[in-house]
Design a protein around this ligand. Structure first.
Ligand code: HEC
Ligand code: HEC
Length: 393
């Protein structure tokens, strides 16, 4: 008989047969799915994970609000997080052809600032956050789960006599297991995936968009949003998980921003607390995957931008036409990078397509921006190879 040692504190030392392990994983998965969609886990009884991470919207928000009521960051998609590395300040790429001696800097982790390392740890945040599901303690969450009738299912999965900690850990484990369901969370079913597999072809305009996306003196997008398969053939995730400061404009819709002294500075805090005092990390946020980006209605960590075209145009025009993005002061001067205190402005990335440019000409023309947007639409899951043929007659 094949035996699988269980990981994690609750099951340490317990050995299950393959069959038992599979049955347990299946039970965790359906439990996780039910919990994910169940508002009864929240303090108000009205908010589920799925209220913000909606199934039909790439597990991101369904509405066009910059941030959800009471919150202060845009809702990220939960798709394609399965390969996000653990957060590290010094990332060395081990892909075959990469130069392992290069320190790529802060990389990885979950959330916009990389502060959670596993989906299990991440589930604690919304369950217990006063802005989200607003439970005051793990015991509170467990009480709600028991009241909603989950007791028998939780206890059937527990290894020993189930106490509050064990049940809370199981809730987090079930939510994490559900989010690893390949068919839902990383199906690789976009047109671009079909193209990589040789089952479809990009239109000439999509292909032009891809070239501009990759070209170092044009979009240069692929330097962070990786577009080519890895050397082991793994499909590209359209992110390198790096934390980078782009200097996106301050969003006046966010209630916390009414206080001019408040800044959400990502990696150096205040949400994240372990790297406070690291001035070189202020303003850095994790590069998101661009898979399914065309289904998003708000862009960047503070949701300040509301169309994909504007998000792409921001790259080409941030430093060339700053008045388009940032407010002008009473002295007539543009307050560039207004969502980061001036002493940290040196952290902001100025590699192409950013930065001052010869003749003050943007790295991308309007038409080139449009072509990149057209290409980005090929990254939406749910493409069927016959689609193009049918559409063209
Ligand atoms: C009120 C809206 C809201 C609810 C409810 C909510 N989330 Fe989120 N979720 C967010 C926001 C906003 C972020 C980004 C947080 C940040 O960067 O600090 C996020 C981030 C995440 C991430 C990290 C994603 C990434 O890109 O790294 C995961 C995983 C996640 N949520 C899972 C869940 C689960 C599981 C639940 C239910 C237990 C849940 N969320 C409930 C709004 C919500
Ligand atoms: C130097 C690394 C880097 C380069 C180059 C880069 N990006 Fe990004 N991208 C990021 C980071 C970091 C964020 C998140 C920043 C934030 O929210 O503060 C981001 C966010 C985005 C978003 C918003 C996604 C979302 O879920 O909200 C889009 C769209 C995007 N990038 C497209 C592009 C395109 C198109 C290009 C090329 C023109 C490009 N990026 C070049 C690092 C980069």
């Amino acid at each position: 008989m094949l035996l699988v040692p269980m990981q994690g504190h609750a099951g340490e030392g317990i050995v299950l047969s393959r069959q038992q392990a599979r049955a347990r994983a299946a039970a965790l998965d359906t439990l996780g799915r039910d919990l994910f969609h169940d508002p009864r886990l929240s303090a108000s009884g009205r908010m589920a994970c799925a209220s913000c991470h909606a199934d039909g919207h790439g597990f991101a928000q369904a509405n066009g609000l910059s941030v959800q009521p009471g919150g202060h960051r845009a809702v990220p998609s939960l798709k394609y997080l399965q390969d996000a590395p653990q957060f590290t300040e010094h990332f060395h790429d081990s892909d075959e052809e990469a130069d392992e001696s290069i320190d790529n800097g802060p990389t990885g982790g979950l959330t916009w600032d990389g502060r959670a390392d596993t989906a299990q740890a991440q589930a604690r945040i919304p369950l217990l956050s006063p802005y989200e599901m607003a439970n005051t303690s793990p015991a509170d969450v467990v009480r709600h789960a028991l009241a909603a009738g989950y007791g028998p299912r939780l206890d059937a999965l527990a290894y020993a006599s189930p106490d509050v900690d064990a049940r809370f850990a199981l809730i987090a484990e079930a939510l994490a297991t559900y989010q690893q369901e390949e068919r839902l969370f990383y199906p690789y079913s976009s047109k671009y995936d079909a193209v990589l597999a040789g089952r479809a072809q990009l239109t000439p305009r999509e292909a032009r968009g891809l070239r501009l996306f990759e070209q170092a003196d044009k979009g240069n997008c692929a330097s962070c949003h990786i577009s080519r398969p890895g050397h082991d053939g793994t499909p590209p995730q359209f992110t390198d998980y790096g934390l980078i400061a782009l200097g996106v404009p301050r969003n006046q819709q966010i209630i916390l921003n009414r206080d001019p002294a408040y800044f959400d500075m990502g990696l150096c805090g205040p949400d994240r607390t372990d790297l406070t005092g690291h001035g070189e990390y202020c303003g850095l946020f994790r590069t998101p995957s661009l898979r399914n980006v065309a289904t998003r209605r708000v862009f960047f960590h503070n949701g300040v931008i509301h169309s994909l075209r504007q998000a792409v145009a921001f790259y080409a025009l941030r430093d060339i036409r700053p008045q388009m993005w940032y407010p002008t002061g009473t002295d007539g001067a543009v307050r560039i990078y207004d969502d980061l205190p001036a002493r940290y402005h040196a952290n902001i990335n100025i590699d192409p397509p950013f930065g001052p440019r010869p003749g003050n000409r943007p790295a991308l023309s309007n038409d080139e921006i449009d072509a990149i947007v057209v290409f980005l639409h090929t990254l939406t899951d749910g493409y069927h190879a016959q689609q193009d043929g049918r559409r063209h007659g």
